[in-house]
Design a binder for this molecule. Sequence first.
Ligand code: ADP
Ligand code: MG
Length: 400
Amino acid sequence: MTESSLPRLDDLDVDGKRVIVRCDLNVPMKGREITDDLRIRASIPTLEALLERGARLAVCSHLGRPKGTVVDELRLAPVGTRLGELLDREVRSLGVTIGDEAQKSCDSGTPVVLLENLRFDPGEEKNDPDFAAALASLGDAYVNDAFGSSHRAHASVVGVPERLPSAAGMLLAEEVEKLERLLHDPEHPFIAVLGGAKVSDKLGVIANLLQRVDALIVGGAMAFTLLTARGLDVGRSRVEEDRVDEVRGVLEAADERGIEVLLPTDVVAAESPDEGAVHETVPLGRIGDRMGVDIGPESSALFAQKIRSARTVLWNGPMGIFEIADYAAGTEAVAVAVADATKGGSYTVVGGGDSAAALKQLGMTDSVSHLSTGGGASLELLEGRDLPGVAVLRREGSGP
Ligand code: ADP
Ligand code: MG
């Protein structure tokens, strides 16, 4: 089947039907308080579109990691309250996921019900056929709008669409389209900027991007494993020793393809990664007994100039420990350069939970072409893998 055959909401007959909508309502919470409702907001357009077309909704999601048992602090009721406010209508939080009570509520004609946290049931993460069938029995049709969960082959992601006529929600369809645009025929120069904690998380993405990009910029802790592979001394900076050989292979592959790899030339060296530690900017090679916690101003300028010259930019991973103000300058410089490229008409995509948090901290979430809501899911898609939750929709069409 072709990529374009992702079944859309419009293809699904929903009038008067009970529709199970898998959302990603896994919001950050402090106790029972929602600290950021971005994911609930992101789910509204699809829910409203379905309601307008006469559907009754059984909304479902996971929250946190309850590991197959009921954890009271991870009940979805507060999410239901917020969802009701945003939809401006009553949302009934059921307190159960499947079974007679859920069945009765879903059949009762209530326009919007919210099922309990899917991961309270061990069948969800195992994609247990009985659990998937019980969940599917609550609806006549299914919509997946949970991009951030679509790399998981869980019951609510793959088991239910195997059993019901299904389609992608607007958020899921948009994420897939915007991210795939990077892989299919991007405008050149295409530059990837990678950073963050672990190179091991991102080796798959790098391997796939090497077939496509013109240059690779690497900062963050990740850069120190690359610098080590190039034979440089990085002091006590975070290095994944067991990945150095693999990274050396990646650098050689980049060389062979003529892809420029830009690494930091100066860094902020600190005595510890903690706030208030003694720190200074030094050229690379002078870190000594300290650790690199941010890229230095020379690297920032070099990276920024390169980013501004690109027509397509993918950025994933902060350049330093941006959570600490003293170590946030490199990440901010990259964010500003990506925003400038966007203003100049380039196509720019930012992915990764912490990168999104960094953009939010800078008040720049609207300054890029696309800010992905899915961390792991966006990385897997950019590795060139078909996400299980997307593949099943393509395979099943809007059948059976
Ligand atoms: P994302 O969620 O955007 O994919 P990651 O999870 O890979 O990003 O990495 C983000 C984390 O990396 C942040 O918590 C940040 O503090 C940390 N980090 C960045 N640079 C360094 C560094 N030089 N040393 C230690 N940690 C770093
Ligand atoms: Mg992260």
